[in-house]
Design a protein around this ligand. Structure first.
Ligand SMILES: C=C1C[C@]23C[C@H]1CC[C@H]2[C@@]12CCC[C@@](C)(C(=O)O1)[C@H]2[C@@H]3C(=O)O
Ligand SMILES: O=C(O)CCC(=O)C(=O)O
Ligand SMILES: [Fe+2]
Length: 341
């Protein structure tokens, strides 16, 4: 079991916050899943998040500017082969296409971090989300075997390969981002070391919904990570909240990946980079899939504001990754303010 998995084990959930609806059998949206104002504050502007070409000689500057102004950007020329992404998507599709009863064989346990179930933030909302997820940390073999006793190898190989590639990309991105904050190589290598990281891969499915405008795919949240790398296949739905503007749609563009700043990078940057609030709304009468890879330092690593010039004061106290996960499990919305100095 990985350390990150243990950190989540300390914060158990109740089963009714884990078991998704039997989406196959619903013909109308049950009251438990109706969100009254899900489309409020949507911006009409044709605004879009920045795109960064990782091969651009100015990548450090571009990435730094995108993190500061938006907290989220799209990367192209990221070096992840598209056929690998396609394979992960197709394995994710194979998983979510199983009958509900079958998927429940791989249900996340109340004290567990991995497997099939609702998003971890579910207990904080009075309405349920139109969402099912499958969380992977390292090898998914235990849960894959429960789903496909004689045919789990391919799923495992594909998921492990993807995590390996995502980790390399996350490290590349972290180097660029921390360089943009003027951190020295020595400081950077403390935060980003190939051997030590906490990572997770989340397969997200937003099943077909008979009445998409009344439900919420994934409620507004910030990610706990340093950064998150997201692949959102071809269906619209992801929106990010930009101060002074409102909800901005992030449309999928072929082969690009969305990178967003998480809470831990927000702390590390001393609030220079916003930990971007985002949500998923259902825009189409079609199932939507996404793959989110979360990259954080090891759970015993202490995160504190690093990018300080002599005139600046730290806005957050130092917090270990494990402690921050614990604080967030108690109160997702207040977590950052609880460690503010
Ligand atoms: C490594 C992570 C990051 C987690 C928890 C754990 C595994 C699953 C991730 C998500 C995925 C869906 C949104 C989120 C908010 C959720 O509910 O579960 C994420 C959460 C976080 O960023 O806090
Ligand atoms: O499905 C998406 O586009 C976003 C998923 C997400 O925000 C997450 O997994 O944390
Ligand atoms: Fe997220």
């Amino acid at each position: 079991m990985s350390n990150l998995s243990e950190a989540y084990t300390d914060n158990p959930l109740h089963l009714h916050h884990i078991i998704p609806l039997d989406f196959d059998s619903v013909r109308t949206v049950p009251d438990s899943h109706v969100w009254p104002t899900s489309h409020a504050f949507e911006s009409d502007d044709q605004l879009s998040i920045p795109t960064v070409d990782l091969m651009d000689p100015d990548a450090v500057k571009l990435v730094g500017h995108a993190c500061e102004t938006w907290g989220v950007f799209q990367v192209i020329n990221h070096g992840i082969p598209l056929d690998i992404i396609d394979e992960v998507e197709s394995e994710a599709r194979r998983l979510f296409s199983l009958p509900t009863g079958h998927k429940l064989k791989a249900l996340r346990s109340p004290g567990g971090a991995t497997g099939y179930g609702l998003a971890r933030i579910s207990p904080f909302f009075s309405k349920k989300m139109w969402h099912e997820g499958f969380t992977v940390m390292g090898s998914p073999v235990d849960h894959a075997r429960e789903l496909w006793p004689n045919d789990y190898q391919r799923f495992c190989d594909v998921m492990e390969d993807y995590q390996k590639k995502m980790k390399e990309l996350a490290i590349t991105l972290m180097h660029l981002i921390l360089k943009s904050l003027d951190l020295s190589e020595e400081e950077i290598s403390k935060v980003v070391s190939p051997g030590g990281a906490s990572t997770a891969l989340q397969l997200n499915s937003y099943p077909f919904c008979p009445d998409p405008s009344r439900v919420m795919g994934l409620a507004p949240h910030t990610d706990t990570s340093l950064l998150t790398i997201l692949y959102q296949s071809t269906i619209n739905g992801l929106e990010i909240f930009k101060d002074g503007v409102g909800w901005v749609l992030v449309s999928p563009t072929n082969g690009s990946l969305v990178v967003n700043v998480g809470d831990l990078l927000h702390i590390l940057s001393n609030a220079q980079f916003p930990s971007v609030l985002h949500r998923v709304v259902l825009k189409e009468k079609q199932q939507r899939l996404s793959l989110a890879y979360f990259y954080s330092p090891p759970t015993d690593f202490h995160v504190s504001p690093l990018a300080l010039n002599p005139a600046q004061i730290p806005l957050y106290r130092s917090v270990s990754v494990r402690e921050y996960i614990h604080i967030k499990a108690k109160d997702v919305e207040k977590a950052l303010s609880l460690i503010r100095i």
